[in-house]
Design a protein around this ligand. Sequence first.
Ligand SMILES: NC(=O)c1ccc[n+]([C@@H]2O[C@H](COP(=O)([O-])OP(=O)(O)OC[C@H]3O[C@@H](n4cnc5c(N)ncnc54)[C@H](O)[C@@H]3O)[C@@H](O)[C@H]2O)c1
Length: 306
Amino acid sequence: MARILVTGGSGMIGNEVVKQLLRAGHKVHVLDLYPIKIEGITHFKGSILEKESIMHAIDSCEYVVHFAALLGVANSTRNPLECLDVNILGTRNVLECCVANNIKRIIFSSSSEVYGDALRVPIKEEEVFQPKSEYGASKVVGEEYIKAFSKKFNLDYVILRFFGVYGPLQVNNFVVPLFVHNVLNDIPLQVYGDGKQIRAFTHVEDVAAATVKAIFSEQASKQVFNIGNAASETNILELAKLVLKVSGKGEEPVLVPFENSDRTKEREIFKRVPDTSKAKDILGFEAKVGLEEGIRRMIEYRKALL
Ligand SMILES: NC(=O)c1ccc[n+]([C@@H]2O[C@H](COP(=O)([O-])OP(=O)(O)OC[C@H]3O[C@@H](n4cnc5c(N)ncnc54)[C@H](O)[C@@H]3O)[C@@H](O)[C@H]2O)c1
């Protein structure tokens, strides 16, 4: 049994990680701006921008899963300074507190956004960084800070680059929950550009399972892993059609030019699929929840709330 602090534990991925850690018998502390509706954990309300809050929450913990962040390309583009503050200075604060508390290992949630439009797809961990957004750039800096802290203070870490995570608790400004929300409310599904942007969507349960493995795997020490579901590769137009099919609706998605959306062609990533062979070899990670099944579960969950 270990004691683990999850920053951002009230969020979509954090919730699922907390549940899986509790099921495995661990003690969990959560530091978040918002509460969490899970029994059996210790919740600390506070910000990673305040070191006292982190010091309070990290007390007696052996591991830290650092999820707290300002998320989403559109959101971080609207709030660039807040994104840089939370994702860079906040991460730096968390690292300082890890060192001060002799934390055994920190798990950092990085993102496929660090690759931008990768030169080689499926993307391997060695691919160069070409972030196109403040969010992507903030994750690059977070990763580099962790490596620097590790060298200087011998802090152990694992960096996980998540690809297109989705799950029932995700807010509706991400594409999968947005399509599900719209389909359940009879709003036509809008697809930006020609809808040929390729993605590999990964169910939150798979991402959480990879995170738990990363905490305890000896071989994972100071490694970087892509975490995603390459088998669920699809494009956004096909995704919209799949949501319509699973929900039993007959309408066709509507194509909307980038100019009429909150996205721009320049910032769009056109093909993003992970190579997860390293995570398979070292962590024993394999995504289990297929896209159709994940969408079905999200629709059922959200229907029950209507
Ligand atoms: N969702 C994805 O597709 C995806 C992809 C790649 C990486 N990630 C990363 O995974 C992590 C978790 O993402 P998520 O999808 O669960 O996001 P989320 O927005 O659901 O959760 C983030 C949590 O962080 C908390 N938070 C934000 N600012 C904070 C602060 N200053 N102090 C304390 N808590 C704060 C929020 O309240 C929220 O509960 C993030 O670091 C994100 O960048 C997510």
